[in-house]
Design a protein around this ligand. Structure first.
Ligand SMILES: Cc1cc2nc3c(=O)[nH]c(=O)nc-3n(C[C@H](O)[C@H](O)[C@H](O)COP(=O)(O)O)c2cc1C
Length: 391
């Protein structure tokens, strides 16, 4: 039976454990580039023991960012910055992953912790603002609320051009040293918009029926699979439910993920659609709320799965792996609050050798150089737990 610290192999890639640093937009790039900021905080999570590490949603075009401070990979000039990130992640024993995305009608935003005169954090800027741009979407329907500026409806030629941008971005990601590629089709961004009847009112081959609403995704996967090597996982994060009767329905997502599997998808990372604020019974306050639906994808479609959302308590994260409900646990906020979450969790769970997750030189000191139990700055470890495999 696997546990949180069991290795996980997908295609030609083996992760040292089941703990994933979930993609998180950091609003800290200049010209879409990765720099010392990203090397530093991602390196810290790699030396803290995460198995798979995502930086943030990486935009395939400049207008695919959330804000002008977000990272991208639309130009060869950006490859060097990404290579620095993948180098540090690999150096500390984790696998570097990239999440490719386009924000669609939810772009042109103000970062949550910032504001511009007249535009508070998280609001959307109009196209004529120096930090804004014209947003695109499947249909000319703005998200609503403080995201109500006019949206450009994509033509079929523009959709095809975006698929080529995905492929170009994937080729650059490979050059930069990433070994795992996730397509971002969730959280109200472009892929989620095509999938949801709330955002997609098209009457051509990209709208209407489920088959048509999934076409954008299948063509994007096909375009990427052509340049992304077969030995490296190709995965996606799907907004599998809008929690609204007019939006994406989970049962439709199950069908579409089956099609994606036929188009080369290796793992499904299940999340919410976020195509509307009008969600029925939003589960944000519930622990592990995405696990049950994610497990349905695993059992019904026989495809490896992962999910995030409120999995930061070590016992919970470990249990969902032991019960074989999911294959990978994605941690967002817990990875921000504790760069050494995996080491901490290993100690909390009584793992016999928690410090095997940190670099070898630190490990030696932390295991051997102890004047008294707490001299390493941590309380004594939990008793080895029968719940964990012994070394
Ligand atoms: C600061 C921040 C930025 C995020 N940016 C992204 C992103 O770029 N792509 C994405 O798919 N999810 C993003 N998310 C969502 C997380 O990846 C994760 O799914 C969510 O926080 C739930 O996991 P948690 O309960 O462990 O925090 C972000 C979350 C946070 C807190």
């Amino acid at each position: 039976m696997p546990d949180l610290f069991s290795p996980f192999t997908l295609k030609g890639v083996t992760l040292r454990n089941r703990i994933v640093m979930s993609p998180m937009t950091m609003y800290s790039s200049h010209d879409g580039e990765m720099d010392d900021y990203h090397v530093s905080y991602l390196g810290a999570r790699a030396s803290g023991g995460f198995g798979l590490i995502f930086p943030e949603q990486i935009a395939i075009t400049p207008d695919g960012r959330t804000t002008t401070e977000c990272a991208g990979i639309w130009s060869d000039d950006q490859i060097d910055g990404h290579r620095r990130v993948t180098d540090i992640i690999k150096r500390f024993g984790a696998v570097p992953a990239i999440q490719l995305g386009h924000t669609g009608r939810k772009g042109s935003e103000v970062a949550p912790h910032k504001s511009y005169p007249g535009f508070p954090g998280n609001s959307q800027l109009p196209a004529d603002h120096p930090n804004g741009w014209q947003c695109i979407a499947p249909s000319a329907i703005p998200y609503g609320g403080d995201h109500s500026w006019p949206v450009h409806e994509l033509t079929v030629d523009e959709i095809k051009a975006l698929h080529r941008k995905y492929a170009d971005a994937a080729r650059r990601a490979l050059d930069a040293g990433y070994q795992w590629l996730e397509m971002h089709f969730a959280h109200g961004y472009l892929g989620a918009e095509f999938f949801s009847p709330i955002a997609n009112h098209r009457t051509d081959q990209y709208g209407g029926s489920l088959e048509n609403r999934a076409r954008f995704h299948l063509e994007a996967l096909d375009a990427v699979r052509e340049v992304w090597p077969d030995e490296y996982p190709l995965t996606m994060r799907l907004g599998a439910d809008d929690l609204n009767p007019a939006g994406t329905q989970f049962d439709d997502s199950l069908v579409a993920i089956g099609w994606m599997k036929e188009h080369g998808l290796d793992l499904a990372d299940i999340s919410l659609g976020f195509n509307t604020d009008e969600m029925i019974d939003p589960p944000m306050g519930r622990e592990a709320f995405m696990v049950e639906k994610t497990n349905r994808v695993r059992t019904q479609l026989q495809i490896p799965v992962g999910t995030s959302w409120n999995l930061g308590i070590p016992e919970t994260a470990d249990q969902v792996i032991r019960d074989e409900l999911v294959d990978l646990v994605f941690l967002g906020r817990p990875a921000l609050s504790n760069p050494h979450w995996p080491v901490w969790a290993a100690r909390e769970l009584g793992h016999p050798t928690p410090f095997e997750l940190v670099p070898d030189d630190w490990r030696w000191w932390l295991e051997n150089f102890r004047g008294y139990d707490a001299s390493i700055g941590l309380p004594p470890a939990a008793e080895p737990s029968a719940r964990l495999r012994s070394a």
